[in-house]
Design a protein around this ligand. Structure first.
Ligand code: C2O
Ligand code: CU
Length: 468
């Protein structure tokens, strides 16, 4: 497996790395777009070593034409506000699309079959072109046969850089996800209906960047930017660091207004976390990133300090530059109910991209799997430029990461916790939580809204809003 080597790390530490944010170019499968920012991504079948022991067949991934040997989907880089294009070539035996999670881009680039574009069939291609309005940590994945395609590998990171962002001594992007494999490394059934009706079905092999507990190096006494995405189809992470201090600098791609010390961060499928991690001074010290959920505690990855201490301090790190944001007008905002509930179990119509064959969940009492030609009415029709408050009520005993395409929410208030007024595309709703999420409907089109535990999404917890 590729590891950051010492030479690259030291180079970055000396500030002569080729790219703006330090180590970007040296990270596993990381890729900076060529001058024209034009990328070609092939959706392909592959074989990969996922459990560290067996070669797994039937893996599905994105391969960048510039990097034919890479297995994990490339970590793409774009610059805020600049033209970016990615041609998807479908070499799978089934249709697919790409959704750019968290990017507030034009509706026809959003990658949702029927709602925003046709399926991309085998042998066909689709040109995704956009300029990302926000800098931060984002990701991309299919919106078709999503549980299988994502479950078998198609989750990649997209980093949008801002030239004004502070310099870090190193940067590591970590794609957190698991695999559902049997004892010989073969894929086993992606879900159990019984679990789909509860917290979702968990992977059997835990991973980060397609490795089991990868080990990285970073400069001693340096400030490391750690970009994390929870791209797993099911798992909610409870992350903590051992051996170093870190500050949370961005959540879900958006800089936090006042960065704060990391104690434990809970992030659900779809969410991102950016940390500024201060590496220990003593060469050889190891920092561990831990997932501390009680039943499944696990070391996710480790970072070893190398070289002489740079003696940098977290306090000296300048803030990230803010992303553009229009404050919703809360006084005049229209209220919209958004009720998450279980629903009567039912069989669901066969549809290639859409259905798991079961219905367990609903939004505003309507179960819908999305990504299919069976129309349902939008959850709400929003007027372009107007402010809205979604009154989300989780009537289930489970946690749901609720994701909206094309626009961000700003958290107003929760009945359960003190929530800072974060801006986000994925809100992790706790059991029995009632939370108000506000937005200005500033992006025209039909935008899906769904739980990002993919089994929940595909067994009914999906809807959409229409902005005209
Ligand atoms: Cu990352 Cu429709 O989702
Ligand atoms: Cu859910």
């Amino acid at each position: 497996m590729i590891r950051m080597n010492r030479r690259n790390v030291l180079k970055a530490g000396l500030g002569i790395a080729a790219y703006g944010t330090g180590l970007g170019a040296a990270i596993v499968s990381s890729r900076t777009a060529n001058a024209a920012n034009e990328i070609e991504l092939e959706a392909v079948n592959a074989k990969a070593l996922l459990d560290g022991q067996h070669l797994t067949d039937g893996v599905m991934t994105y391969r960048s034409l510039g990097e034919p040997d890479a297995l994990m989907p490339p970590t793409l880089r774009a610059k805020r506000g600049e033209a970016f294009s990615a041609k998807l070539m479908n070499r799978l035996n089934e249709p697919t699309t790409i959704h750019w999670h968290g990017l507030r881009i034009e509706n026809r680039m959003d990658g949702v079959p029927f709602l925003t574009q046709p399926y991309v069939y085998t042998g066909d291609s689709f040109d995704y072109r956009f300029a990302a309005p926000d800098a931060g940590t984002f990701w991309y994945h299919p919106h078709c046969n999503t549980l299988t395609q994502m479950g078998r590998g198609m989750t990649g990171m997209l980093i949008v850089e801002d030239p004004k962002d502070p310099q870090f001594d190193a940067e590591i992007a970590l794609n957190l996800r698991d695999w559902r494999l049997g004892a010989k490394g073969e894929f086993i059934e992606q879900f159990k209906p019984r679990d789909a009706a509860r917290n979702g079905t968990f992977g059997t092999v835990r991973g980060a960047n397609w490795q089991v507990q990868p080990a990285y190096e970073a400069p001693s006494g340096g400030i490391l930017r750690l970009r994390l995405v929870a791209s797993d189809v099911t798992r909610i992470y409870q992350l903590r660091l051992e051996g170093a201090d870190a500050e949370v600098i961005a959540i879900d791609g958006q800089p936090v207004p006042n960065r704060f010390r990391l104690e434990t961060a809970v992030i659900g499928p779809g969410q991102r976390l950016d940390l500024a991690l201060r590496m220990p001074d003593v060469e050889g010290s190891v920092v561990s990133l831990l997932d501390t959920r009680p039943s499944t505690a696990k070391t996710v990855a480790t970072f070893q300090a190398i070289g002489q201490s740079l003696k940098h301090r977290l306090e000296e790190l300048p803030p990230l530059s803010a992303n553009p944001w229009q404050e919703p007008d809360l006084k005049n905002a229209e209220q919209i109910p958004l009720i998450l509930s279980a629903t009567a179990e039912g069989g669901a119509k066969e549809s290639f991209c859409g259905s798991l064959g079961y219905t367990f969940w609903a939004i505003n009492r309507v179960p819908w799997p999305g990504d299919s030609a069976d129309p349902t009415a939008p959850l709400a029709e929003l007027k372009l430029g107007k402010s809205y408050i979604f009154n989300l009520e989780n009537l289930t005993p489970h946690i749901h990461p609720i994701h909206l395409h094309g626009m961000n929410f700003q958290v107003v208030a929760s009945n359960m916790r003190q929530v800072p007024r974060l801006i986000t595309d994925t809100y992790l709703a706790m059991p029995d939580e009632k939370v108000q999420l506000s937005l200005v409907a500033d992006n025209p089109g039909d935008w899906v809204l769904h739980c990002h535990i993919i089994e929940h999404q595909k067994s009914g917890m999906t809807s959409y809003v229409r902005v005209t």
